[in-house]
Design a protein around this ligand. Structure first.
Ligand code: NAD
Length: 295
């Protein structure tokens, strides 16, 4: 029977570590602050922003929530980001995606100070990730690695297959696995014979947004499966959330993440951890929460 990697519990532990460090920073007169910017009224984004604000406050940090109308121009938003860059109370800046169509998201993400880029999407941080030279790591990939750390002691030489090549999940996860000296194959919608490629993997990370894509007979006995997918589907007349892997078919795996309750809860916990890391780095303080120690 595959072990179920409990993302909720691991995320709660990470949030607890962050909160402890926030208390010790407060003794030095430092309160980390996270600014979240939401443009428009996308319902899913509103839910995400609410959770981020609540969890930031629960961790003892300052939360700056900015809700801007959908009519906000690109120039106004860029000006807003510039002001947050200059605001000393703000350690982390997160611009909630997707942005309205008339705004160039890349331009906005590029305008965030890389030292405050807690989403890790700025080209400087992307570059640092690919060269393995520090920087802020995107939250969901970081969460995937913390979950993997609970199931894997030695990565060196393991074969990892990542399904999905997005900039926010697939590519950064691949970089992190490469950094641990896995042999990494990145696959995507145009990959030929995906099942056979996945069958060779010791680690499968699936971030495709394709419900039930990864079947049991794709997965080698003893492999670890991290399911990033979040798919809202209807089952027996009810709306449910399922992942990209068919979990009921994964008994022969060593460990799998559930959906919901796997990668999902890790993302905000890693956002808090990144904010703390950014707060320390900006002030030249050594260290920050060692996420790996949570596992
Ligand atoms: P995306 O649409 O940007 O990228 C999907 C990738 O998967 C693409 O590279 C595409 O080529 C590949 N793909 C799609 N269908 C495929 C198939 N049938 N076979 C092989 N490859 C296929 O998506 P994303 O933003 O990377 O997100 C992926 C999934 O992860 C979504 O379900 C999303 O909701 C979820 N997600 C979860 C979290 C979290 O916090 N848990 C965070 C981000 C994304």
């Amino acid at each position: 029977m595959a072990a179920i990697i409990d993302g909720r519990a691991i995320a709660a532990k990470l949030r607890g570590r962050v909160a402890e460090e926030v208390v010790s920073l407060a003794a030095e007169g430092i309160v980390p602050g996270l600014a979240v910017v939401l443009v428009g009224d996308d319902p899913a984004s509103q839910v995400y922003v609410r959770s981020k604000v609540t969890q930031t406050l629960e961790a003892g940090m300052r939360s700056f929530e900015h809700r801007l109308p959908a009519s906000t121009s690109q120039e106004e938003l860029l000006g807003f980001v510039a002001a947050l860059n200059d605001d000393d109370a703000v350690d982390g800046i997160l611009v909630q995606l997707p942005l309205p169509q008339h705004i160039d998201s890349d331009l906005v993400l590029d305008a965030i100070d890389p030292l405050k880029d807690v989403d890790g999407f700025h080209p400087v941080n992307v570059g640092r990730l690919s060269t393995g030279t520090g920087g802020l790591i995107p939250c969901t990939p970081l969460g995937c690695m913390i979950l993997l750390d609970t199931a894997i002691d030695h990565y060196r030489g393991l074969k990892a297959v990542v399904i999905g090549k997005s900039n926010i999940v697939g590519k950064p996860v691949a970089m992190l696995l490469l950094e641990r000296e896995c042999t990494v194959t990145v696959t995507h919608i145009a990959t030929r014979n995906l099942p056979d490629t996945v069958r060779s993997a010791d680690i499968v990370v699936v971030a495709a947004g394709s419900p039930g894509l990864v079947r049991g007979d794709w997965v080698k006995p003893g492999a670890v499966v991290i399911d990033v997918g979040i798919n809202r589907v209807e089952r027996d007349g009810r709306k449910v959330i399922i992942g990209d892997a068919v979990r009921e078919e994964m008994d022969h795996a060593a460990a799998v993440t559930p959906v919901p309750g796997g990668v999902g809860p890790m993302t905000i916990a890693c956002l808090l951890s990144n904010t703390l890391r950014a707060a320390r780095r900006r002030r030249g303080l050594p260290g920050a929460v060692r996420e790996a120690a949570v596992a």
